[in-house]
Design a protein around this ligand. Sequence first.
Ligand SMILES: [Zn+2]
Length: 118
Amino acid sequence: MKCPVCHASYRPPAVLCRRCGADLSPLIQVRDQAVWHHRQAIQRLEAGQYAEAIAQNDQAISLHHQQAEFHALAGQLWALQGMFDRAIVCWQTAQALDSQSLTTGACLDILMQLRNSD
Ligand SMILES: [Zn+2]
């Protein structure tokens, strides 16, 4: 994550930017909330509740749009429901945010497996 004031990168649990000293705790709270929704989405996915999983993951994305893993999971959820066009859009967003993302690669693998099994 980056400080919105000076764009220095920082790592939790630090709540003050090491460069400019800005209080980052509100930002960290929002991000933690987004991660919580993302984890809920994964639990719903594992339970086969795709609609609930998408709703939870959408919450995560609306709180913290820049997280590649959230978009990768969205892509996975659409793909599992056979909606490959939407899945690819999500996956491309994830890739644009983090070209090194392993989750993104895993998502693409799933897409390909599903396509090949048709
Ligand atoms: Zn800063």
